[in-house]
Design a protein around this ligand. Structure first.
Ligand SMILES: *Cc1c(COP(=O)(O)O)cnc(C)c1O
Length: 432
């Protein structure tokens, strides 16, 4: 038996079969629980703040399908709108009025976006924006930060931190050196390193792309002045500033991290929440830059299923629900209570931890903080996190199966869910 208090026979059977059918038994790597050393739970259905596995166990979920489920899983209003849209067909491959509606909502919400292009995933959005940065500036090099994730396109698979990455060598076999040789990296929150890169590569850098609040090396906030500093540096060097808000868009605030921090980039990528649980991504920004995208301009990018009516419908309904007054205050208050409760519980049990939350995103590292970047995050005790993760799972709390992922709350999480989570955490932390 994999877990001591959980009955997971069916999950184990299905996952064993899956491993013969699909690499690692999954369609996306982190789902396989490799970094926490457990066995993945196979889901049967999701509703509100909860997920049920194929063995009938129920969990309070803090992954929210990695971000989209901010209104709760299978929100009845989203599902209702989808049912209606479904009757009219699933894909048009032609202009559809719903694209106008979602585009207008995105443009109204996100400060930098004057025009937007819909795609099918966050990865695709980041690939599009990368080509656009280069097309607009006529320059090839880009700067990304260690530990930031921008999807799985070749040019972004440089994590740096290690010597290999600092040389601009790819992180994955199959990525040609040429695809990453124009990707420069710096530690997150390190303006001096970015200045140095601009100095050493004069008039060669197309732009800087980052997660304005990091969620892909655990939860890391930008230091005061970091985003502002990048805005100034990019402007001074004729380079573009791109916020990858695939995770933070409509989560940190309705207008994303750029609204929350008052720093307006030139371009932004979106995904996750704007698809309301269906596959959507988007990139957008200044109209003069976006006008380069085909067919308005010469930069080619296309998609058979892009802007399809089902995805647009789920996005529109999700954003409508997020427009209700008090939504973000409610998310922030709930998440803060959870985050502070977790940190207190860990400290009371004698563990060294750090972390925090902002709006509906939170994180905790098992190390002395503060964590400013990926190297700091790597100091977290991964074994302890793995045991914490397993203990929580056994008590019906589903956390992201990696130390390097942020936690997500939703409008569906109740005070009672938070209390149950903290009670479970106190039990588990006492055993670590
Ligand atoms: C999830 C994520 C992506 C990739 O989006 P997919 O839809 O998984 O391709 C890109 N950037 C950030 C910041 C993300 O969190």
């Amino acid at each position: 038996m994999v877990y001591t208090t959980l009955q997971t026979t069916k999950s184990e059977e299905i996952f064993a079969a899956a491993q013969k059918l699909m690499p690692g038994g999954v369609s996306s790597p982190v789902r396989a629980f490799k970094s926490v050393g457990g066995q993945p739970i196979v889901f049967d259905r999701v509703q509100g703040a909860y997920v049920w596995d194929v063995d009938g166990n129920q969990y309070i979920d803090y992954v929210g399908t990695w971000g989209p489920a901010i209104c709760g899983h299978a929100n009845p209003e989203v599902i209702g709108a989808l049912r209606e849209a479904l009757e009219k067909g699933t894909s048009f491959g032609a202009p559809c009025y719903l694209e106008n509606v979602l585009a207008e909502m995105v443009i109204d919400a996100v400060p930098c976006i004057e025009m937007v292009r819909f795609v099918n995933s966050g990865t695709e959005a980041c690939m599009g924006v990368l080509r656009l940065m280069r097309a607009f500036t006529g320059r090839e090099k880009i700067i990304k930060f260690q530990g930031c994730y921008h999807g799985h396109a070749d040019s972004f698979l440089v994590q740096a931190g290690s010597g290999v990455a600092t040389l601009g060598l790819p992180d994955s076999p199959g990525v040609p050196k040429a695809a990453t040789s124009a990707t420069l990296t710096a530690p997150y929150n390190d303006l001096e390193a970015v200045k140095e890169l601009f100095k050493n590569n004069p008039e060669e850098i197309a732009g800087v792309i980052l997660e304005p609040v990091v969620g892909n090396s655990g939860f890391i906030l930008p230091d005061a002045g970091f985003l502002e500093g990048l805005r100034e540096l990019t402007q001074d060097h004729g380079a573009l500033l791109v916020f990858d808000e695939v995770m933070t868009g409509f989560r940190i605030a309705y207008g994303g991290a750029q609204e929350r921090f008052g720093v307006t980039p030139d371009l932004t990528t979106l995904g996750k929440i704007i698809g309301g649980g269906l596959p959507v991504g988007a990139y957008g920004g200044r109209a003069d830059i976006m006008s380069m995208v085909a067919p308005a301009g010469p930069m080619y990018q296309a998609g058979t299923l892009s802007g399809n009516p089902l995805a647009m419908t789920a996005g529109i309904k999700t954003l409508e629900l997020l427009q209700k007054s008090g939504v973000y205050e409610q998310l922030h208050e709930k998440t803060q209570r959870l985050s502070e409760g977790l940190l207190n519980a860990a400290q009371e049990a004698g563990h060294t931890v750090c972390g925090g939350s902002l709006s509906a995103m939170f994180g905790m590292f098992f190390c002395e903080g503060p964590v400013h970047n990926y190297d700091d995050a790597k100091l977290s005790d991964a074994t302890k996190f793995g045991n914490f993760h397993r203990g929580m799972l056994e008590r019906g709390i589903y956390l992201a199966p990696s130390q390097f992922e942020a936690g997500f709350t939703s409008l569906a999480h109740t005070d009672e869910d938070i209390e149950r989570t903290l009670a479970a955490a106190r039990e588990v932390l006492a055993t670590l």
